[in-house]
Design a protein around this ligand. Structure first.
Ligand SMILES: NC(=O)c1ccc[n+]([C@@H]2O[C@H](COP(=O)([O-])OP(=O)(O)OC[C@H]3O[C@@H](n4cnc5c(N)ncnc54)[C@H](O)[C@@H]3O)[C@@H](O)[C@H]2O)c1
Length: 300
């Protein structure tokens, strides 16, 4: 059966898709005709979401779920493989899984696992997932990767210091991905909302002792979920958006251009400016070769 819906024929993979933001994104994509593959740790929620989405599509099997710990390469590989076997490939990869617990870390115990966990899930796992997605999207002839960062990836407060560090990491990674569009037609972007009323937002703003941050969060207006969905849609539809950060605020969506360190450095170092242009041109062929080798190595 053919459909004239906007995303008919498209397949999206969504991490952290079992509930809240990930589930809302999945629901919107399904309403627009896409098929979705969800990965999460919350199996009961994941299965229930798939059931709801299939019902939304009139009983057709348009959604699938697989238990996925995004910090593990093997799980990321299995998630994308499921999209391949079930729905024939991937066009849209949305890395949304994240945590907000224990973000007020400075004076917590010297516990390796406590601090590593946030960075493992919010940052390193995004990089691992993007690497797997890049090969699948390249195989498809192109596509878009959308990483769920945060406004906390662009500005910072001590009560959520390590959360900010984790999301700044995602923004830095996304900005480093600006050449893949020319290499394999894959665009990589970041969504940066302030607070949306979910359990994660509650975790972030839960006061440790009498931390005044909770009061600040209570005063802040919350972002409507529709704006997050609209941002995802913009990144899918608007092909000029590459290595971009869109900030999602209670009053709407705003482009947040990176500071221009190249311009600044180049003003002090003309050799760097000249070299940068050459580097960008040469990198395209260099990375095309590396991509081909990676696809062969991974069998994707
Ligand atoms: N809620 C907000 O205010 C807000 C603001 C900006 C950014 N974000 C980001 O949006 C994303 C979604 O957040 P949310 O508010 O819907 O929170 P949420 O806790 O409801 O959703 C996060 C999902 O990620 C999953 N997850 C956590 N660790 C995982 C792992 N190791 N492997 C696989 N899945 C895992 C969770 O089970 C959950 O389903 C997060 O990346 C968060 O940092 C949220």
């Amino acid at each position: 059966m053919t459909s004239d819906k906007q995303y008919a024929g498209k397949v999206a993979v969504i991490t952290g898709g079992a509930r809240n933001i990930g589930k809302c994104i999945a629901t919107d994509l399904v309403k627009k005709g896409a098929k979705v593959v969800l990965g999460d740790l919350l199996d009961a929620d994941g299965d229930a979401t798939v059931k709801e989405l299939n019902e939304l599509a009139g009983g057709e099997e348009i959604a699938a779920y697989i238990h996925t710990d995004v910090t593990k390469y093997a799980d990321n590989v299995a998630l994308f493989k499921l999209a391949d076997t079930k729905f024939g490939g991937v066009d849209i990869a949305i890395f949304n899984a994240g945590i907000g617990t224990n973000a007020n870390t400075m004076f917590m115990p010297f516990d390796d696992k406590l601090d590593e966990r946030m960075l493992d899930i919010n940052t390193t796992a995004v990089i691992k997932g993007n690497k797997v997605a890049m090969l699948h999207l390249a195989k498809r002839g192109g596509g878009v990767i959308i990483n769920m960062a945060s406004a906390a990836g662009l500005q910072a407060r001590p009560a959520v210091g390590i959360y900010c560090a984790s999301k700044f990491g995602v923004v830095g990674w996304v900005r480093s991905c600006n050449l893949y569009e020319k290499i394999c037609n894959v665009r990589v972007n970041a969504v940066c909302p302030t607070f949306i009323q979910t359990s994660l937002a509650d975790d972030l703003s839960n006061a440790v002792d009498d931390d005044p941050f909770a009061k600040l969060v209570q005063k802040m207006a919350k972002v409507p979920m529709e704006y997050v969905i609209e941002t995802v849609t913009k990144f899918i539809d608007e092909e000029e958006r590459n290595a971009q950060t869109l900030v999602v605020l209670p009053d709407g969506i705003h482009l947040y251009e990176p500071p221009n360190p190249y311009g600044h450095i180049a003003a002090h170092d003309p050799g760097y400016a000249e070299g940068l242009e050459e580097y960008s041109k040469e990198s395209i062929n260099y990375f095309k070769k590396r991509l081909a080798a990676a696809r062969e190595r991974e069998g994707i």
